[in-house]
Design a protein around this ligand. Structure first.
Ligand code: MD3
Ligand code: FE
Length: 211
């Protein structure tokens, strides 16, 4: 059996509207090791700043790993087999896949991991994740670096929302009815973590994109 370098915690510390939160699932050494793996990824597949289909630059910078990666430009949101610069995406690091194995609760393996980088002023507006082929497959998110204020809404836009601060090492699992809820990141608490030498926040989202 593959070694999973996380605490043996098997139940969420908090569940909000069906989103399971495992706080500090990764200890500091697991976080440091994951950041090292991500530095190698970003050296091969640099972060880029996507444009929305309406031509608005996003504040979050991104890259991907896996057989496909998420991109956005004037042609729309989609998964594709290559980075905008043309190369194949790097493989998903083993350290990251181990988290999927520990918490996703599905037989399928993730085929993509999106890497989002937030500087102190970046945010992500409320949206649904619906570019994947099978909504029965969960999404797993890993937070690294500065704290972020995560907001969760409803299955349709608008209505009451709930917010929770995410910290470095936290893992979220969105499955079942939570898979299609609106969600976003309102703001980053700049300087709240010293994990990343230049500050900011990394969020990883593991997904099954293809059918
Ligand atoms: C709830 N990223 O990349 S991760 C995204 O922190 C995205 O970078 C945010 O939303 C971030 O699409 C939030 C938490 C998350 C991810 C996917 C979800 C929450 C979700 C899908 C359904 C419901
Ligand atoms: Fe999302």
């Amino acid at each position: 059996m593959k070694k999973v370098p996380v605490s043996s915690q098997s139940t969420p510390t908090l569940t909000i509207r069906g989103v399971a939160l495992y706080q500090r699932l990764l200890d500091r050494s697991a976080q440091t090791a994951m950041v090292e793996d991500l530095r190698r990824v970003v050296a091969d597949a640099p972060l880029f700043r996507p444009e929305t289909p309406r031509g608005q630059a996003m504040s979050v910078r991104m890259t991907s790993t896996g057989s496909v990666g998420w991109v956005s430009d004037r042609r729309g949101y989609r998964y594709q087999e290559t980075h905008p610069k043309g190369m194949a995406w790097p493989p998903i690091p083993e350290s990251v896949l181990a988290i999927w194995d520990a918490v996703a609760g599905t037989e399928r393996q993730a085929d993509t991991c999106l890497i989002n980088y937030y500087d102190g002023t970046a945010r992500m507006g409320m949206h649904q994740d619906r570019d994947e082929a099978d909504f029965d497959q969960p999404v797993v998110s890993i937070s690294l670096g500065d704290d972020a204020l995560f907001r969760i809404g409803n299955l349709t836009r608008g209505g009451k929302t709930e917010s929770v601060w995410l910290s470095s090492g936290d893992v979220l699992v969105m499955g079942g009815e939570a898979r299609l809820v609106y969600h976003g990141i309102d703001r980053i608490r700049a300087g709240s973590s010293d994990l990343l030498a230049s500050g900011g926040r990394i969020n990883l989202t593991l997904r099954v994109a293809r059918a």
